[in-house]
Design a protein around this ligand. Structure first.
Ligand SMILES: *Cc1c(COP(=O)(O)O)cnc(C)c1O
Length: 375
């Protein structure tokens, strides 16, 4: 490997590269917002909501301040509250569980499938109690969950279904976009997500006009008309600036996701030759959008050191499962409760992944992993 190459960092994600390709359009949008000073629920908010609803193929989209707020308001709109239980995946970002807790309900966790890393439908029913009101499957890392199996369980037990699609903008399950196959689909536009704002952002999508209406009220002080308040709400609106950035980016999402899939194939083609590295599997009937490209390795500390030495950024998503987080001690779970999630937490490694990633950069990553793999 040449000295000039190793001197260059392979970033985990390269947002400036994405921005450079869109700068003239974003500059124009921002100039017009600043000229009109329509910073709060300006025209771009409604325009983006319409475009995103069409993209996901849902009847309604309501933008909110972030993905955690999207999940929180979705649950509130479905009537979830104190005394209720909501089932979600043990392998997820903490926000999914937090949103449940914010309503006053209790998260009940379910272990994941060792192949897809998503909630294992076969383990859901044993977590259902008389208090269970909803299930939140998480399309983790960009990979759709088994929606048919989970929807069937939800129907059988009369439970609401909320998709956490915060890592899976554009992913498809049997041809349908994730977020469109449940009572409410929730998205985050955190800058590093597949569709990211220039700050925090989020949205819910739904086919139910009543739920959309309720979330519109909840995100804006329970109000449709200034200083008239139907219910007690929050201030969870999306800024006009964020909506404008998202509006410019949305038309590029499919091509960015296609590039991610291509990079994932390239990684997997080379890394699957190494016996001690486990590459990701995409479930049948699913189109993943590879928010993260994750491998399992048996010598993670050594791998991470070798990647760092080669100036290659990497991450772990996530090192501590929800049930072992200090914040959730009160749930009473212990080590051993979710063995698949726990095993993954000790072995997973997230490699650089973004649309602009080059083959030369990927070759550097593959080279380091191949040379340092345990025998
Ligand atoms: C990012 C994320 C969220 C929360 O989104 P924020 O916009 O950061 O609040 C929720 N769930 C999952 C799975 C996420 O990855």
């Amino acid at each position: 490997m040449s000295a000039t190459l190793t001197a260059n960092v392979v970033p985990f994600i390269d947002l400036p590269a994405q921005f450079r390709s869109l700068q003239p359009e974003i500059d124009r949008e921002l100039a017009s917002i600043f000229a009109s000073a329509a910073f709060i629920v300006g025209p771009a908010v409604g325009q983006f909501e319409e475009a995103f609803a069409r993209y996901v193929n849902a009847k309604h989209c309501v933008t909110v301040s972030n993905g955690t707020a999207a999940l929180h308001l979705a649950l509130l709109a479905l009537g979830i509250g104190p005394g209720d239980e909501v089932i979600t995946s043990a392998n997820t970002f903490i926000a999914t569980a937090e949103a449940i807790s914010f309503t006053g309900a209790t998260p009940r966790l379910v272990d994941v499938d060792p192949v897809t890393y998503n909630m294992d439908p076969a383990k859901i029913e044993q977590a259902i109690t008389s208090k269970t009101k909803a299930i939140i499957p998480v399309h983790l890392y960009g990979q759709p969950v088994n929606m048919d199996a989970i929807s069937q369980i939800a129907r059988k037990h009369n439970l609401k279904l909320v998709e956490d699609a915060c890592q899976a903008h554009g992913a498809k399950y049997k041809g349908s976009r994730v977020g469109s196959m449940s009572d409410v689909g929730c998205f985050s536009f955190y800058p590093g997500k597949n569709l990211g704002a220039a700050g925090d952002g989020g949205a819910v999508v739904t086919n139910d006009a009543g739920i959309a209406e309720k979330i519109r009220l909840l995100r804006d002080h329970g109000s449709h008309k200034k200083y008239e308040h139907q219910i007690i709400g929050h201030n969870f609106r999306l800024d006009t600036v964020q909506a404008a950035v998202l509006k410019v980016k949305l038309p590029h999402l499919d091509s960015w996701n296609a590039a991610r899939r291509q990079h994932a194939e390239y990684y997997s083609r080379h890394l699957s030759k190494v016996p001690t590295i486990v590459t990701p599997s995409v479930a049948t009937d699913c189109e993943s959008v590879f928010h993260l490209y994750i491998v399992q390795v048996s010598n993670r500390e050594k791998m991470q050191q070798a990647l760092r030495d080669a100036n290659i950024q990497n991450g772990i998503h996530y090192p501590i499962p929800i049930h072992l987080q200090p914040a959730y001690r009160e749930l009473g779970y212990k080590t051993g409760d979710f063995p698949v999630t726990e095993r993954l937490a000790g072995r997973i490694l997230s490699l650089p992944m973004y649309a602009e990633l080059t083959e030369a950069q990927q070759d550097r990553v593959i080279d380091v992993l191949t040379k340092n793999a345990s025998a």
